[in-house]
Design a protein around this ligand. Structure first.
Ligand code: C2E
Ligand code: MG
Ligand code: MG
Length: 730
């Protein structure tokens, strides 16, 4: 024990500066049996010198007290070794070792120590002192070197241990994160694939294999382009190239892949670029989620939003999208063609046979249209109601007129619906315009106007767009827009043209003639707007206004000149005669104005009377029964069926201006004469229109024409001027 305990005791005094001197501790037994604290002053001095020399070297791995304690013990051991009998040089070996073990490893320490140890204090006489000291020096140096080597080896071993331990720790951490990653990777519901920059699969998970319908092993033999939809191939390559080049770090998109069985799977794909420690792209990892269900739902909703539920055809919205696309063509010379189609008389079928039959008809028409345009790359859409449109990109006008002929031909076969065999026809407006010269709204408007012209020309035909004709139509449409409010705005007025009795030469009545004081276009004659008013249904409101105004004025004149039986003649449009409210309206207007029914004449054209629908005739009978006179306007321009006229409640005829114009020619003159005679046989009063010359006046008088009207007698006049005429006895 002894020696180790002694050193330990020395260390125990300065525990904070304790030095581990394991095993090879020099004998620190007090010299001459004295304990270390009762050190010989000479030895203590010697130790002080040694301390000084070592401290000059600079480095000591312990504080000055600790170093002193060490050197003091070693100095005592050295002195004892010099004096000990028998002489043992190995004692110095241990001292050298202790020095090195204590960490005094600077090479200068050994030299400095040997220099101090050359003169140890003399504690007594000893034989061969110098030789002993030399041997001890050699031993000390040897011990020092050996301990130093041991120490270095030990340190290396420590280091190796530390490195191994550190390795083990890193590996453990890697393993943990790797196993976490594995768990995620393999257990993920989402497909995950790691690829190299060429798209080769390095690692893929089960979810991906399942998503693509391949066994996992087979997946490794494939490359990503193998699953791509061919349509996506180029754009995907470009995007992927961007990613790999490092222009972007993520890529996210919804895209379709092919499964092994050829079916399509829709996915939400996120690709992330992985970079190496040097920052350069090394791999990509893709997360692929199966969103087929969601995609199909979206597709279904989109389909619903863009298709007509009845016929399955693209609807107006879809068509508008396609048309906008067609006009987005950068080639300004590219042609866009439309066939705008409207079924003839569809409303009648719908009203008379019911909506179910109407629906069947629309479906049948849709199928026929699709069949007719198929293989041409044209698109059929249903615009609503009985309107369809064919969008034909890059088509010429000739191709479209040929197509329109085929469409009309295809519709010609009757459509069977239960017991009904329906024949349907259509009118088609055809327009071809270039991308640079038109736009979606313009071409649609042109097509609509052209369709309207086709309709006006008769059923089952097509018309091609004609800029000039359309311009006229556009002007008409502009009027239509203003027409509905014109009554409220007080833009209508009446002129009164005298109807002159041949018997008296005085006015026996007036024809009320409508004028529209259009805010922009000035005064418009009825020829310019009455048919529009009829088409749009506004005629009833206008007609009522005319009647009320004419009756109000007529009543004034009647009150002023009751003895003249002065009547007012009011034009009634054909469409008005179908208005079930007409009779009631006329009677109440008469009532409120106070004009006797016998002083009101209504002028209707032949076509209004002879259209044979039953309703107009019935209405006329009621009006006639109330005492109102019915006259046939523009007689001779229509059916001119005098025999039929006998059955109608008619009081007079107004001969069309053409007859008056023809009075110079013998044949026409004869016709007029005969007509007047025949009318008189039927007890009808005859009025001649358009009397412009004294000669016409004379001839008509000679033929016993009852009443004359025309510029030669008087222009149409405002009410006050007409009143003045009456005041003056005219
Ligand atoms: P209409 O009933 O045959 O009326 C006669 C037309 O001939 C009037 O034209 C009149 O101004 C014109 N006229 C009169 N004398 C002469 C003449 O000597 N020579 C020539 N060349 N023309 C003459 P306006 O006023 O432009 O009316 C045109 C048509 O408009 C009328 O033809 C009538 O069918 C219709 N109309 C006029 N007012 C109304 C109305 O209040 N309601 C309806 N529904 N139609 C009306
Ligand atoms: Mg008239
Ligand atoms: Mg007339």
């Amino acid at each position: 024990m002894g020696r180790t305990d002694n050193v330990t005791k020395a260390q125990r005094r300065k525990p904070a500066e304790a030095v581990a001197i394991d095993g090879a501790v020099p004998a620190a037994k007090p010299v001459n049996g004295a304990p270390a604290d009762q050190l010989d002053p000479a030895v203590a001095k010697f130790a002080q010198r040694w301390l000084k020399a070592v401290r000059r070297i600079g480095f000591a791995p312990m504080g000055p007290d600790g170093l002193y304690a060490l050197l003091r013990d070693l100095a005592a051991a050295f002195v004892r070794a010099v004096h000990d009998d028998p002489f043992d040089p190995a004692a110095a070996t241990r001292i050298g070792a202790a020095l090195a073990e204590a960490g005094l490893t600077d090479p200068g320490v050994l030299t400095a120590s040997l220099s101090v140890l050359r003169n140890p204090p003399r504690l007594g006489s000893v034989e061969r002192r110098a030789s002993r000291i030399a041997d001890l020096h050699a031993g000390l140096a040897g011990g020092y070197a050996a301990a130093l080597r041991r120490r270095t080896l030990r340190e290396q071993e420590h280091l190796a241990h530390a490195i191994t331990a550190a390795h083990a720790q890193v590996e453990h951490q890697l393993w943990t994160s790797e196993s976490r990653f594995r768990a995620l990777f393999e257990g993920a519901a989402m497909g995950i694939v790691l690829t190299d920059l060429e798209g080769r699969i390095i690692q893929a998970n089960i979810a991906l294999a399942r998503l693509l319908g391949y066994p996992l092993e087979e997946l490794y033999r494939l490359e990503t382009p193998d699953f791509l939809h061919p349509a996506d191939l180029q754009s995907d390559r470009d995007l992927y190239a961007d990613l790999v080049r490092g222009d972007r770090d993520h890529l996210r998109m919804e895209k379709a892949y092919f499964r092994k069985d050829g079916t399509v799977v829709w996915t939400d794909l996120t690709i992330t670029l992985l970079r190496g420690t040097d920052g350069n792209p090394t791999n990509t990892v893709a997360m692929i989620e199966d969103v087929t269900d969601r995609h199909e739902l979206e597709e279904r909703l989109r389909h619903q939003a863009l298709h007509d539920p009845l016929t399955g055809l693209p609807n107006r919205t879809h068509f508008a999208e396609r048309l906008a696309e067609a006009f987005a063509n950068p080639d300004l010379d590219a042609q866009v063609g439309l066939c705008y189609l409207d079924l003839d008389g569809f409303k009648r079928i719908n009203d008379s046979l019911g909506h179910d039959v109407g629906d069947k008809l629309l479906v049948a028409v849709s199928r026929r249209l699709e069949r007719t345009v198929s293989n041409r790359g044209y698109q059929v859409a249903r615009m609503g109601g009985d309107e369809f449109v064919i969008l034909a990109e890059k088509a010429t006008l000739d191709e479209l007129t040929a197509l329109a002929d085929q469409v009309l031909y295809s519709l010609d076969l009757p459509v069977r619906s239960g017991p009904h065999g329906m024949r349907v026809s259509a009118s088609i407006g055809i327009v071809v315009q270039s991308v640079g010269s038109s736009g979606p709204a313009e071409i649609l408007k042109a097509a609509d106007l052209t369709l309207y012209r086709a309709k006006a020309a008769g059923r089952s035909r097509w018309a091609c767009y004609d800029a000039k004709l359309n311009e006229a139509q556009v002007a008409r449409y502009a009027l239509v827009e203003k027409l509905p409010d014109a009554v409220q705005r007080g833009e209508f007025s009446l002129l009164y043209q005298p109807l002159v009795s041949t018997a008296t030469g005085r006015a026996c009545g007036v024809e009320a003639l409508l004028r529209w004081d259009h805010p922009e276009r000035g005064t418009l004659s009825p020829d310019e707007f009455i048919d529009l008013a009829e088409e749009t249904g506004i005629i009833s409101a206008i007609g009522t206004w005319v009647l009320r105004e004419a009756c109000r004025q007529g009543a004034k004149w009647w009150r002023r000149f009751p003895e003249r039986s002065f009547y007012v003649s009011v034009n009634v449009a054909t469409a008005q005669t179908y208005d079930p409210a007409l009779v009631g309206d006329v009677l109440s207007i008469l009532d409120e104005s106070g004009l006797p029914a016998t002083l009101l004449q209504l002028e209707l054209t032949e076509s209004a009377m002879l259209s044979g629908g039953g309703e107009p005739v019935e209405a006329l009978r009621e009006l006639a029964a109330a005492g109102i006179r019915i006259a046939i306007d523009d007689f001779g321009t229509g059916y001119s069926n005098l025999a039929y006229l006998r059955t109608l409640p008619v009081a007079g005829l107004k001969l069309a201006r053409q007859f008056t114009d023809g009075l110079g020619r013998p044949v026409d003159t004869h016709i007029v004469k005969t007509l007047i005679e025949l009318a008189h046989v039927l007890d009808l009063a005859v009025t001649a229109e358009g009397v412009e010359t004294p000669d016409q006046l004379a001839q008509l008088k000679a033929m016993n024409c009852d009443v004359l009207q025309g510029w030669h007698l008087s222009m149409p006049l405002p009410a006050d001027e007409m009143s003045a005429v009456l005041e003056n006895g005219g």
